[in-house]
Design a protein around this ligand. Structure first.
Ligand SMILES: [Zn+2]
Length: 237
């Protein structure tokens, strides 16, 4: 009787051992673990994948400055590169849609499709497109951040707009909803930042100034950081 019960105890213990060992990997590799909301307050930017999209590039200069001598494609690339450095220093992984003066496109996908493809394939946490604004009315100056669709995109837009305007001391046009292609087709919270009006002589000069561009990068960076620290829970992907 005594021997029998100890055999059963051994079988039971072996069963527990294999059962817990067998399911351990499953839990860690996905399944239940992914359904548990993770607190992002302490995580911040660490481990986040962020796609930075400097608008235009190559043959596509974007808006041309009031003087005719500066281009949107150049201004936004400088801002994007500094933003990349800041995000990486904070522990994020950054994917750029372009890092040089080229138009990101292939034979089968145009530049807008390619920008979206890069973001969706990277399964990015955020998509940030950087642009300069332009208007026929050369008196217009200021900063606008666009979003489309989700509440998270709106919250990201509000966060970035607020800190960008604070960093630049620029005129605040607020956040606006607009169905831009890159905002409509990206599957993660996405914004399009119009840093300032290149069509205005005064703001064109500011946008071409390295110190001003650096402040723009800092403003966008702070806004992204705030976005992650203010989201108490992250929804599972
Ligand atoms: Zn643009």
């Amino acid at each position: 009787m005594k021997l029998r019960s100890s055999i059963w105890a051994t079988i039971l213990l072996l069963g527990i051992y294999f059962f817990s060992g067998g399911t351990g990997d499953t839990l860690a590799g996905g399944g239940l673990a992914d359904l548990t909301p993770t607190r992002t307050k302490t995580d911040g930017l660490k481990g986040k994948v962020i796609v930075i999209d400097p608008g235009h590039g190559g043959y596509n200069a974007g808006a041309v400055g009031a003087s005719g001598k500066t281009w949107e494609k150049t201004n936004v690339l400088f801002i994007a590169k500094d933003l990349k450095t800041m995000l990486e220093a904070a522990g994020a992984t950054v994917v750029m849609t372009r890092e040089t003066d080229i138009s990101p496109e292939s034979k089968t996908r145009n530049q807008l499709e390619t920008r979206v493809d890069i973001a969706n394939q990277a399964k990015a946490d955020l998509f940030v497109s950087i642009h300069n604004d332009a208007n026929k009315d050369r008196t217009i100056v200021g900063t606008t951040t666009y979003y489309y669709g989700s509440a998270q995109s709106r919250r990201l837009a509000e966060s970035v707009q607020k800190s960008l305007v604070a960093a630049l001391g620029s005129r605040d046009h607020g956040v606006k909803s607009s169905p831009y292609y890159v905002l409509r087709h990206t599957k993660m919270p996405a914004i399009l930042v119009e840093v300032g009006f290149i069509s205005n002589f005064w703001e064109e000069k500011r946008l071409a100034d390295p110190a001003y561009r650096y402040r723009a990068s800092q403003g966008i960076f702070e806004g992204i950081k705030q976005y992650f620290s203010s989201s108490s829970f992250e929804t599972p992907r």
